[in-house]
Design a protein around this ligand. Structure first.
Ligand SMILES: Cc1cc2nc3c(=O)[nH]c(=O)nc-3n(C[C@H](O)[C@H](O)[C@H](O)COP(=O)(O)OP(=O)(O)OC[C@H]3O[C@@H](n4cnc5c(N)ncnc54)[C@H](O)[C@@H]3O)c2cc1C
Length: 502
């Protein structure tokens, strides 16, 4: 195991281990541990448990909420637990078994080279940042562009091997361990049984990555998915695959107005039954990208990126249907970039990926003048019938204060990332107030304060808006059953002090 326990070495050679994409400041860290195998990890956990040393778990460190940023104790990186064990067939499904530190790009490459009964398969959760590791994506219940068709990570996890803070190991298979109502008598690896009382809040009926999953009679595997490393350390996972469509057509259509784009996406998602993706880009996004992508058409107000699965028999009909739909919304095939091959889709995805990247670059530049500036990024989803109301509210609020902003993302799931790019500390303060306001509005509309990025260390107050103090305390009570010494991922999901609240 690589163990760095001298402060000067941590801060010089291993500084990058203390950050994620949130750019949250790290705390006083006493060691960085990088185990090469599960045995080394078990020894490390046992030792830390005896000494009550807090542990922050890190994987790809692409998280945007500070979840893997340590506030104290040791940083545990799982990057070397990165074996792909291979495929097995269970019933009708193919399951890929991997260790926690395997990246999504590695999974994609591995599957690209496999033919199973003459077909290619893929893992359908296409998180935009493919350097994210599977352990990180399960811990945050991540989702991707194709979640419109395939749903979030939770839907695809069939098995988890989890280490608890004392080193004990759980193997949980979907479909084997259920709560009774909101209660589960749970047998721990040391043989002791304890009751888990699940939170009784009602989760919103939208894509959601905020707080613990909880529902009556739930499968206990779902408690760990999206728990942001607060309950245990994911060592291995079995993830289900789907067969690749014969062909995927990728299209980005540029519209004259935002209204045309939004209405096109509404019509298209109801009528194009083979659609996989609907992503939205506003004018603010074009402005940000114009330097990197000068070929973006001028004078357009919004765009929709969508993908459709097709085969040689239906492709002509699908393109005809799309052309008609575009025509109904002030657009035509001439206003699109259309690609029939994987490389074409890659170019469009590059454009999509470049938006958050460019925002981060701009803010990094602005931080030179005002070091406390951050982007404000709302990760809110609401029910379909409330979506346009929320978007109008975003625009009105940002424009009232003359703030630079952009909205982009998963319009197919009523989930846009509203990003405000403050230029001064005053604007930053206003933007923070607006974010709180957006969270309140989202909850009032029946939505979630985080649809895909999770709560981490920076969105506690929004989670409280969503589930109230009682809901947060119920989550903290679950954590205390699994991690009685509060060792794992302190400060994630709820503030640390709540864990001391008897
Ligand atoms: C440009 C960009 C685009 C992005 N696009 C998307 C997107 O499309 N969809 C999306 O959902 N997210 C997106 N993200 C956010 C990020 O990629 C996801 O949150 C991802 O799931 C994080 O994975 P990771 O391996 O980097 O985890 P990390 O950042 O290392 O950790 C994330 C959280 O999981 C915990 N954790 C990590 N590994 C384990 C483990 N083995 N056991 C228990 N807990 C663990 C960490 O402690 C932390 O709380 C994007 C980020 C960037 C920078």
């Amino acid at each position: 195991m690589i163990l760095i326990d001298k402060k000067e070495n941590i801060l010089s050679g291993y500084n990058s281990y203390l950050k994620d994409e949130s750019k949250l400041s790290f705390g006083d860290v006493s060691c960085i541990a990088i185990p090469e195998n599960e045995r080394e990890l078990a020894d490390f956990l046992e030792n830390n448990y005896k000494k009550n040393i807090p542990i922050t778990i890190s994987n790809g460190r692409t998280g945007v909420t500070g979840g893997s940023v340590p506030l104290n104790g040791c940083l545990l990186s799982l990057e070397k637990l990165n074996k792909i064990f291979g495929l097995e067939k269970k019933g009708e499904e193919y399951i890929l078994k991997v260790q926690s530190g395997v990246s999504l790009a590695e999974i994609d490459n591995y599957l690209d080279n496999q033919f199973l009964e003459g077909k290619k398969y893929f893992y359908p959760v296409d998180v935009t940042e493919t350097t994210a590791h599977i352990g990180g994506t399960i811990s945050t219940n991540a989702s991707g562009e194709r979640s419109f068709k395939y749903g979030s990570t939770r839907k695809w996890v069939r098995y988890l091997k989890i280490a608890l803070s004392d080193g004990g190991v759980l193997n949980i298979h979907r479909g084997e361990l259920f709560a009774k109502g909101y209660k589960k008598e749970f047998r721990f690896p040391d043989g002791i049984k304890k009751d888990i009382i699940l939170p009784k809040y009602r989760m919103p009926a939208v894509k959601n990555a905020a707080g613990y999953f909880s529902s009556q009679n739930m499968d206990i595997i779902d408690l760990f998915i999206g728990s942001e490393g607060t309950l245990g350390i994911i060592l291995e996972a079995g993830i289900a695959l789907v067969s690749r469509p014969e062909n995927i057509v990728s299209i980005i259509a540029f519209f004259n107005t935002e209204k045309d784009a939004a209405e096109f996406s509404y019509s298209a998602r109801k009528t194009l039954d083979s659609a996989l993706v609907f992503e939205y880009f506003d004018k603010g996004a074009f402005e940000l990208l114009s330097g990197k992508f000068p070929e973006l058409p001028a004078g357009k107000e919004a765009a929709i990126f969508f993908e459709v699965a097709s085969d040689s028999r239906n492709i002509d009909r699908i393109i005809e249907d799309i052309a008609k739909l575009l025509d109904n919304h002030g657009c035509s095939m001439n206003d699109t970039w259309t690609g029939f091959e994987k490389k074409d889709a890659k170019k469009i995805r590059l454009l999509r990926h470049a938006i958050p990247e460019t925002i981060n670059e701009i803010l990094a530049e602005r931080k030179n003048a005002f070091s406390d500036l951050h982007k404000i990024s709302a990760d809110i989803a609401v029910p379909e019938n409330k979506f346009l109301e929320l978007i109008a509210y975003y625009k009105e609020s940002a424009e009232k204060h003359r703030l630079q902003y952009t909205m982009f993302g998963h319009i197919g799931e009523n989930h846009l990332h509203m990003n405000i790019l403050p230029k001064t500390p005053d604007e930053f303060r206003i933007a923070k107030d607006l974010h709180r306001d957006f969270a309140k509005r989202a909850v009032a509309l029946g939505g979630t304060v985080s649809a895909e990025h999770g709560i981490g260390k920076i969105k506690h107050e929004y989670l409280e808006i969503m589930y109230g103090k009682t809901g947060i305390k119920e989550m903290a009570a679950v954590k205390k059953v699994f991690d009685s010494k509060r060792i794992l991922n302190r400060g994630n999901i709820f503030p640390e002090y709540l864990l001391d609240d008897k």
